[in-house]
Design a binder for this molecule. Structure first.
Ligand code: CU
Length: 232
């Protein structure tokens, strides 16, 4: 099971219950309006309370809340248990004003970009493998969000959020920051690209070789928009 299917299931459960409550309230309201309009001549009840009905409503609401909390927690917990079974790799994700850095543990590979003019860093993942993500921020609070995967986790400074992710099909999806974090927050995008384990292995090998190769000395370049300890 993936985050997408879990939250799809939970979303429709919540939507179903909310819709049923909405319809029930509307029907009762309509019934009261029609009765009043019909002019039955009956005076409205003077009772201020009905303990039995109020108690029943409270028990019903509490029961629904308890059920939804139980379903949400157990499905999420089950997914985390499956996803965290022997993670195949660990990626350190650093959010900063205003872009991302993805460092693959045990390798010299670290993917980053400047998030300007469509230059977004790509988080490469193998499909059907548990991937451990260590997420933190280098400055203010950010939030890593991949809408297609129904996956959103906050990135805090001075705290590492550890979680596991498992993607079951190949594809490329948009990721973005969902916590307002300053001037260029709206350009703080990234891409998630899931490929087969074999393709991922080749990619990681290639990137490791590129990262290990000696670099030419830089002779200047355009100014970088980072600030407050951001990572260029
Ligand atoms: Cu942001």
């Amino acid at each position: 099971m993936t985050y997408r299917s879990i939250f799809h299931h939970v979303f429709w459960l919540y939507t179903g219950i909310a819709s049923a409550v909405f319809v029930l309230i509307m029907v009762l309201l309509l019934f009261a309006m029609i009765r009043r309009r019909a002019g039955s001549g009956r005076q409205p009840s003077r009772r201020h309370e009905n303990t039995l009905v109020e108690l029943g409503a409270a028990v019903l609401v509490l029961g629904m809340v308890a059920y939804l909390v139980y379903v949400s927690e157990t499905t999420y917990g089950a997914e985390m248990t499956v996803a965290s079974r022997r993670p195949a790799l660990t990626i350190h994700v650093t959010a900063y004003q205003w872009c991302w850095r993805f460092a693959y543990q045990g390798t010299p590979v670290a993917v980053s970009a400047d998030c300007e003019a469509g230059r977004f860093p790509v988080l490469m993942l193998p499909t059907n493998r548990s991937v451990r993500i260590d997420l933190e921020s280098n400055d203010v609070v950010h939030e890593m969000w991949v809408p297609h995967l129904r996956w959103k986790v906050e990135a805090f400074p001075d705290h590492v959020n550890v979680f596991d992710l498992r993607v079951d099909h190949t594809g490329t999806w948009r990721g973005l920051c969902d916590e307002f974090c300053g001037l260029f927050h709206d350009s703080m995008d990234f891409r998630v690209k899931a490929v087969t384990p074999a393709t991922f292995h080749l990619w990681l090998q290639h990137q490791s070789a590129v990262a290990a190769a000696p670099k030419p000395t830089p002779v200047g370049g355009p100014p970088v928009k980072t600030q407050l300890g951001g990572i260029p």
